[in-house]
Design a protein around this ligand. Sequence first.
Ligand SMILES: NC(=O)c1ccc[n+]([C@@H]2O[C@H](COP(=O)([O-])OP(=O)(O)OC[C@H]3O[C@@H](n4cnc5c(N)ncnc54)[C@H](O)[C@@H]3O)[C@@H](O)[C@H]2O)c1
Ligand SMILES: [Zn+2]
Length: 393
Amino acid sequence: MKKISPTLTGHTPGRRVEVFLANGLIDRLGEVILQSVGAHGRGPGVPSGKSKSQAKSSARSTNRSPIEIVTDRNVAGLLGQRVIDSLANSGWSVNVSVTPAGENIKSSATVAKLHNHWFELGYDRNTPVIALGGGTVGDVTGFAAATFLRGLPFWQVPTSIVAQVDAALGGKVGINHTRGKNLIGCFYQPAGIVIDPSALDTLPIRERCSGFAEVVKYGVIADRTLFQACERHLESWISGDEAIPDSVIKRCARIKLRIVAADETDHGLRRTLNFGHTLGHAFERWGKYRALRHGEAVALGMVGAGWMAMKRGLWSGRDFTRLAKLCTLLRPRRLAAFKVSDIARHLSVDKKRIRGRNVWILPRGIGRVDVCADVTEKEISGALSYIAAWLRS
Ligand SMILES: NC(=O)c1ccc[n+]([C@@H]2O[C@H](COP(=O)([O-])OP(=O)(O)OC[C@H]3O[C@@H](n4cnc5c(N)ncnc54)[C@H](O)[C@@H]3O)[C@@H](O)[C@H]2O)c1
Ligand SMILES: [Zn+2]
């Protein structure tokens, strides 16, 4: 069988991260994982603790090594069987855990359920765990894998745009707490990331828009060409008239890998990925994580940060208008009126505050941003009033 080479590789202090990206890879997942574990002297049919030569004979026996897929109900119905078939054809004994869909699965209850199940199945530290789904499945599965026996090999197979361009890359895994989103977690890099853009064909339009907000974000923070591609094609990517090109997903993944390689634990450059997220997270909290999809909130946040940057003279009114035009395609179709003071209040519980101040990412042009901590209350209320008026326009 021809070796499948990684499309991109990233480096963090702890490990090399491989990204495989191509249409149809969902059906070759078994091969990809097999070639990776084979390179480490393990594989299906190789019960842990046996040598390679001992394993040759046992591979023919029924003693196949287990592999775990965690997925949500929607994705299980759409892609589950193809992934199971691909893994089984490569010799794995496949187990599947199916969760409900949505943000609520990022909980300690889901982690406990997965851990109990994995103990019952007798998983050891060589048992690979695959997260098949959007960012929620990736985050909770990664956290469960990181904390089970101090770490199982973990594979990300992202199926939403948010996950393919962002959540599956970078090694942040975690769950929510009653006090807030993503408050419990760790950095745990996956053994590999397998991206099949054709998996996005079934993604509902609102989820597509949510993902495109992250794509626009990458354009503003680091890639003028990507931003220009969004200006030309975003409308037809959203409507589905044109499929999102692999090259767009690849560009985003490359930017994220580069930033994470420079700053895995989010103390410097990685903060730039937060463009649109300071206000975005406040809007999400205000909407109790139900009123807005993540990307819709980020679209509001990007307009707010872009407006502040324009008022400060960091970038031109023309560039701000270009950004606002794209965000108009991504903003929520319906949103209850909000009070400026309500959103401002939700800013004060941002976990990324430093010495009591929010950190803001403000654009200096298309493809370049600054990290600022000196944004005033007046600027914030000005930006929120602008967003309210823009939403009515
Ligand atoms: N770890 C990180 O670095 C990071 C980065 C960004 C976002 N996130 C997290 O990711 C989550 C958001 O991710 P998301 O938007 O993918 O949410 P999600 O996982 O809830 O997926 C969105 C919806 O799309 C469905 N879906 C997924 N793939 C599909 C497909 N191919 N066809 C049809 N339906 C499909 C899901 O079942 C779900 O209903 C949030 O919890 C956020 O905190 C994490
Ligand atoms: Zn985001």
